[in-house]
Design a protein around this ligand. Structure first.
Ligand SMILES: Cc1cc2nc3c(=O)[nH]c(=O)nc-3n(C[C@H](O)[C@H](O)[C@H](O)COP(=O)(O)O)c2cc1C
Length: 175
């Protein structure tokens, strides 16, 4: 499988990236190709809602920023993994911008499954992010939810979490 990870954490060595790295290692060992995009280090603006992509040039976003390099990756991926720290009880703005900008391409027919990886300081702060993920991705795209993984407090950057994410990646074998 070709797996695209969209990481919304600005911390390249942070807790979200730690889980992503463990996932990537396992998934690659299982024979998958894993592409990671650090959305927080890209210039990706919010959707303007201009409907250019719907009314003028179908599937094409009028904003020529770094999202232009993300679109082809989404359209080539068999699986998309969303990874983010929790910022004010939801996904980071950087990851939300990427999700909103998929409005231009609408439902990527190639994507069959997704997963969600989140890091936070506290427990019980995932409800809004999970709702957004389910409603905007799993239900709207009509894809399989392959798993939701969270780490908070001492679990962040722990061996236990790394093993969990590694095992998840390793379980993703070609179908
Ligand atoms: C702007 C901001 C908002 C945050 N909001 C929350 C929050 O609502 N709930 C929470 O538990 N942690 C919150 N945190 C803490 C981060 O989720 C936590 O430190 C996380 O492990 C960071 O992941 P990272 O190392 O991948 O960036 C916030 C951090 C920042 C910078």
């Amino acid at each position: 499988m070709r797996i695209l990870v969209l990481n919304g954490s600005p911390h390249l060595n942070g807790a979200t990236s730690d889980m992503v790295n463990a996932f990537k290692k396992g998934a690659e060992e299982a024979g998958n190709e894993v592409i990671c995009i650090n959305a927080a280090h890209k210039n990706i603006r919010g959707c303007m809602g201009c409907d250019y992509c719907r009314n003028i040039e179908k599937g094409v976003c009028v904003q020529k920023d770094d999202m232009q390099e993300v679109y082809p990756e989404i359209l080539r991926a068999d699986m998309v993994v969303f990874a983010s720290p929790i910022y004010y009880f939801t996904l980071s703005a950087q990851l939300q911008a990427v999700i909103h900008r998929t409005y231009a391409i609408d439902i990527p027919a190639n994507v069959k499954k997704t997963a969600l990886i989140m890091s936070s300081g506290d427990k019980f702060v995932y409800a809004a992010a999970i709702t957004e993920y389910f409603q905007s991705i799993v239900e709207y795209w009509g894809v399989e939810n392959a798993g939701i993984f969270t780490a908070n407090g001492d679990d962040n950057k722990s061996g236990k979490k790394r093993r969990e994410l590694y095992r998840f990646g390793k379980s993703l074998t070609e179908e």
